[in-house]
Design a protein around this ligand. Structure first.
Ligand SMILES: [Zn+2]
Length: 365
């Protein structure tokens, strides 16, 4: 069991607090993605310095390399990567679909070949839960099939129903421990009737929180929000809601407005490695020649290491030279921007001012 408390409300938005075995997480929260036991280009101390208290780890990557049993023998993922705060792991389902070779999906689970060495693996709901327990993750995700988009209604329905049967098996396999919880994943594509059936089934099974998966994969922001409008009211009001794999700043603001509490996305870290910075005044491409002679910081009000110590000209030089430090500084900045954005939304909810705040983000409302 994990504890979740709603501290304040503003329309459908909630300002909450999640308590796990590894500490307190203020919500709405953004989780940096730590794919292979590392948030790319960041030390764990650096991630914590951005304000983050919760990260996401990837079951698929860690089970293949270095292996869940090895991480367990070394004291679990928290100790392995020196991250003392909360960790949520995905179930591996999404990466199996997007990365693995020659995968076969059947009732027992998914059989696939590793994208690293071609070795054969099977991921069942029971194995996905066991791996996450070996990692010592605070929040475990049930195994799901991420339905491709676009797909026919029948195909989406069949996939969602398989995910619901896997959810039941995942819940049964989860071993209760204080401060640890398991989330189910609502699927159903862009079809609101399927989403509602999926949510009702998961609530019947009973989870510690509910994720909404299979969105932001090409359907467009308006459709994403329409699915949220239909789905969120079907999820218990006193439990955390997690929108998986989303997204851009305006997507986060729009989803918080609609009652989402938790997010993860590779966007701030991946962008940091491709010279893209998020700022209060919009995105900045540091490769652009206009920064070459600019002694000003990226954002004079940002307290991150990139903005406190370095000029746009220097960041531009690092990015143009392909220097590792460019990726490190911009990733630190982008994670700080995302952490600050979430903190600003929490403050706005407390002041019943989220709608005004959201007006500054195109498309969010
Ligand atoms: Zn900064």
């Amino acid at each position: 069991m994990i504890a979740f408390e709603v501290l304040a409300r503003d329309g459908a938005a909630r300002r909450g607090r999640l308590v796990t075995a590894h500490g307190i997480v203020e919500t709405p929260v953004f989780m940096p993605v730590g794919t292979a036991g590392t948030v790319k280009a960041m030390t764990s101390e650096g991630v914590a310095a951005t304000g983050s208290r919760m990260i996401l780890g990837n079951t698929y990557h860690l089970m293949l390399r270095p292996g869940a049993e090895r991480i367990a023998a070394l004291g679990g993922l928290h100790r392995f990567m020196n991250w003392p705060h909360t960790i949520l792991t995905d179930s591996g389902g999404y990466q199996v679909m997007s990365l693995a070779a020659r995968r076969t999906i059947a009732e027992p689970g998914v059989t696939f070949r590793s994208h690293l060495d071609g070795s054969l693996h099977q991921l069942t709901p029971e194995r996905a839960i066991a791996i996450q327990q070996l990692l010592g993750t605070d929040i475990t995700m049930a195994l799901d099939e991420c339905t491709p988009y676009p797909a026919s209604y029948k195909a989406v329905e069949k996939s969602m129903e398989l995910t619901m049967r896997w959810a039941e098996r995942s819940r049964d396999a989860f071993v209760e421990r204080p401060g640890h919880g398991v989330f189910g994943i609502v699927q159903g594509g862009v079809h609101c009737d399927l989403r509602l059936r999926s949510a009702a089934k998961l609530v019947e099974i009973g989870f510690d929180g509910y994720a909404i998966g299979g969105l932001a994969i090409g359907e467009g922001q308006a459709t994403t929000f329409a699915v949220l409008n239909a789905t969120v009211p079907a999820i218990p009001d006193d439990q955390p809601r997690y929108l998986m794999g989303v997204g851009k700043p305006a997507d986060l603001v729009g989803a918080v407005l609609r009652g989402i509490d938790m997010f993860d996305c590779v966007l701030p870290t991946r962008s940091g490695r491709t010279a893209q910075a998020f700022t209060r005044l919009g995105p900045v491409n540091l490769r652009n020649a206009r920064h070459a002679d600019d002694p000003a910081p990226l954002d004079p009000e940002c307290p991150c290491p990139a903005c406190v110590g370095y000029s746009r000209a220097y960041l531009h030089h690092l990015c143009r030279s392909g220097e590792i430090l460019g990726s490190m500084l911009l990733t630190a900045h982008n994670l700080r921007y995302y952490a600050d954005l979430m903190a600003a939304m929490r403050a706005a909810i407390e002041q019943s001012a989220l709608a005004d705040f959201a007006a500054g983000f195109e498309g969010a409302i």
